[in-house]
Design a binder for this molecule. Sequence first.
Ligand code: PMT
Length: 222
Amino acid sequence: QCGTDLQGRHFVITAGPTRESLDPVRYLTNHSSGKMGFALAAAAQRAGAEVTLIAGPVTLPTPASVKRIDVVDARQMQEAAERAADLCDVFIAAAAVADFRPEQVAQEKIKKTTGNDHDTLTLVKNPDIVAAIAARRERRPFTVGFAAETEKVLEHAAGKLARKKLDMIIANDVSEADSGFNSEHNRVTVIDPNGRTELPPSLKTTLAKQLIGMIAERAFPQ
Ligand code: PMT
């Protein structure tokens, strides 16, 4: 297979979950392992790109020759992404960013109160990292999102492509066994303004190479 040459190109990739604190010992998060984003970072680096990987709390080793920035919550991920995106050609948002965070972070561990069987948590919306980058007027990279869906996968993903003004979205059905969150495998459909391409279910490492090739073709047409 003829390789994609990304020499001289800079990719910024987000990966993993975000962790939103509730108090000093508790947080809200999701099941993202970072595997998809890390596989994309490794594939882009192997194709010759300079890669900055912005990672939420995950336990994966950093791919060779990739610059890694570790963050914890969505606002830290946004700050790191905005800074890194100023100098990049392609931005890929593979992270599963928490849509909401607790409005208040308690200074001390929240205690049970006697006689109280219910409690209420107020959440506020987190910034939409990929949408803010796609909305840039200047220094706007080719911007790719993922869509993790459990139903009407292609319809919801196409809606996100349009609403977030992305150049491409990669839809994954996260309701399927052995695909999506924390699996070695994934099953994705690539959607861009030209149409849809369903890729066969594969290892995330195999898919990452294919996806980087497709992104390079669209971002840097010959
Ligand atoms: O990490 P793994 O275990 O390997 O699993 C991979 C994955 C399933 C997490 C990955 O393939 C994936 O689908 N990532 C996106 C998950 C997600 O949060 O999707 P979403 O449909 O909620 O968000 C749509 C897009 O907006 C995503 O590109 C997301 O990074 C981005 N987003 C969402 C919310 C937010 N506040 N800021 C964002 O940038």
